[in-house]
Design a protein around this ligand. Sequence first.
Ligand code: ADP
Ligand code: MG
Ligand code: MG
Length: 890
Amino acid sequence: MSKWVYSFGAGHNEGKAEMRNLLGGKGANLAEMASIGLPVPPGFTITTEVCTYYYDHGKQYPSELRDQVGEALARVEAAVGTKFGDTHKPLLVSVRSGARVSMPGMMDTVLNLGLNDRTVEGLAAASGDARFAWDSYRRFIQMFGGVVLGIDHHRFEEIIEHVKLDRGVIEDTELTAQDWHRVVDGCKEMVAEVKGQPFPQHPQDQLWAAIGAVFGSWMNPRANTYRRLHDIPANWGTAVNVQAMVFGNMGEDCATGVCFTRDPSTGENIFYGEYLINAQGEDVVAGIRTPQPMSKARAKPGERSMEEAMPGAYQELVKVRETLERHYTDMQDIEFTVQQNKLYMLQTRNGKRTAAASLKIAVDMAREGLIDEKEAIKRVNPAALDQLLHPTLDPKAPRKLLSKGLPASPGAACGTVVFSADEAEARAAKGENVILVRIETSPEDIHGMHAAKGILTTRGGMTSHAAVVARGMGRPCVAGAGGVTVDYGAQALAAGGQIVRAGETITLDGATGEIFIGPVAMVEPQLSGDFATLMEWADKVRRLRVRTNAETPLDADTARKFGAEGIGLCRTEHMFFDPARIGAVRQMIMSETESGRREALSRLLPFQRQDFAELFRIMAGLPVTIRLLDPPLHEFLPHSEAEIAEVASSLGTDVVTMQRRAQELSEANPMLGHRGCRLGISYPEIYEMQARAIFEAAVQIAKETGKAPVPEIMIPLVATRRELEITKAQVDKVAQEVFAESGHHVEYYVGTMIELPRACLTADRIAEVGDFFSFGTNDLTQTTFGLSRDDAGKFLPLYVEKGIMPKDPFVSIDPDGVGALVRIAKEKGRAVKPDLKLGICGEHGGDPASIQFCEEAGLDYVSCSPYRVPVARLAAAQAALSGGGTDRTA
Ligand code: ADP
Ligand code: MG
Ligand code: MG
């Protein structure tokens, strides 16, 4: 015979915390609290399996259920010493929903069940308080009417209002027993009218109707939406908890409250919460009366803390708080009721908290000895760390919402609106804080994005240019704000009838996607203290190294401060876009002869040398991976007619020639076209110049600082061994030249970016030539799926929604396809070179799930944008702790 019902309380606990799948979180924890000796009113839990059975069998219960409920109810009656439906001393119960995971406020609870026209008199007599009895009865009718009978709650409130008006009082508390009796009569009449039958008087009927309603509420639209948003399967079901009532509304020595064992917004180790004297259940959150603080320390003038008002019950609760934290070793969110100065516990669960609180609580608890350092590392969600590394809006600050877009890059930014990158740069140079507002951004806007405090675009998704670049730079960004229109001509943006002009101030919250008019106060991030401590602990356990993707000194510097252990990807093309150099770059592209190109390149050489020298200096002896020029040349061409004319004149040629050349360079499919090492092979002088700049800079810094940098030169888009052989030979030749000229030698490596499936499949041959592999998983994902990242926005969200792909493969590495290729490349590569260094760069390097994959695949390092370095350090530590493979064998 199956067991469908589990008792708790009064020394008979059949459940425990580990049984949350069967008993729901609420039921499991009620049993757990009771079994560790906390004062829990007795009751029983009808399991989630009954819910599943109910929906699988046309809303029928298992046949044994009635008997099992009857037995469990009898046990509660015996424990409390009252009887369900007894007219002298009636037992009242609550009927509470409770799924595996908490679904706050999604499903329904009925309190005071068991009251009817006769038991209410018994309750009045037994408690000696008629007002309390009639108030409880009307609450029951209201809740049962709403939850079980589906009557709109306004209908009940109208009746209460009517009685209040008639009596000339304002507060519920001013109503007498007779008044509540009138309310009850009014409510019953209304229910009879609406439902065509009287309000159920028989307690057994009430009980089964309420149980049915709780199971029914599992499928209500609110709950369905919540489950969809939180990936909770419908077949988990909810449990139903039936529990003896305790009363917080029996007088001035009674109360009810909700609290957290620590402050859920800051994590501070203080008792945090609210309570109300002479109140029941939801009154605390209902907002009808103002709840009061728990501790004296937190009470403002005019408030009366529980510590002062009910010192006995408060001290008992303080002890419970300690017991619970020691037992669960986590911050708890609890519900309690005090009946005539006696404390009862009604719920406990792990409390939801902000990112800041989660960090502080984890570190504090480890220091307090509640958990160890490893557990503290596991407790903090790496993705949440992201929020802590940027300034955020002060939660208390007033604000005026303008519109909302996608939360593309976290952090808050406030500044004056500008509509062009040049304007952004010019104003920022004068010390102004600016927000760059564009319909969308392109590589030509980089300098303006860098200069801006924040970026707002009205088009494009989470992987749009604006979003990716802003995340890389650590700039807050709201992208794809479709409700905002931008008029460059009028220099204004508009949303919902409100207009903001250039020069006026807006504030962005990149973590929520919200856009506010005017300034909003902010709080600065804290990188020392608990943050530093947790990072230190993480570094002790992680195996994966963490490098950064950086090409500017600012990014490199930021990344070092965040703990980067070298550069994993320096994209040299970003250096080409610099306004001071784009002229020479364009000259190089335009010239149709090698000598013309060489001349332009010789003008670029000093710039590049200086760039690399600065990076080497900042990275002080750490590895620096530099990728030689990757994108197709046409990307550097001017776009507008005015720009074309300008370049033509500066190069002493005409617009027609310029346009012809641009046409020659244009490709049907640039992503799969003349780029990467293909460019380096057609125009060897480009890679030669870059190699020279790298070696000259390395020699210079080695001499200057005595700390020789270790350049790792990376050839992009290699598909065949021969490509790498040719380009590597070019690089080696330049190295020998520079070393001979300078009389100085530095250690260096030449390897390749693995970003094509063919490279993975022939990695053994490529490894014979290359010193290292860095998986360029952005392109590897594009080429594996045959899917362009820039066009994926049109259907990828639908794919994810329909479950065709579990996640966006550009955000989180696709373990089955792309991951399989990475593993093949690793095995083939290490079979040839057991010490082959393996890393990953690109957006995936900062994604915790992808980092877990890298740990399991046995890579050596991940590389990510500067602001994600701490995220990666923590995620790498968690991956190591979760027992990811460390197989370094071939
Ligand atoms: P939710 O999941 O929405 O919090 P609950 O089942 O926890 O719903 O109950 C709603 C309110 O009723 C809570 O304030 C709870 O503490 C209170 N409550 C539930 N059961 C009892 C009971 N047996 N005695 C007194 N109050 C109760
Ligand atoms: Mg609750
Ligand atoms: Mg690439």
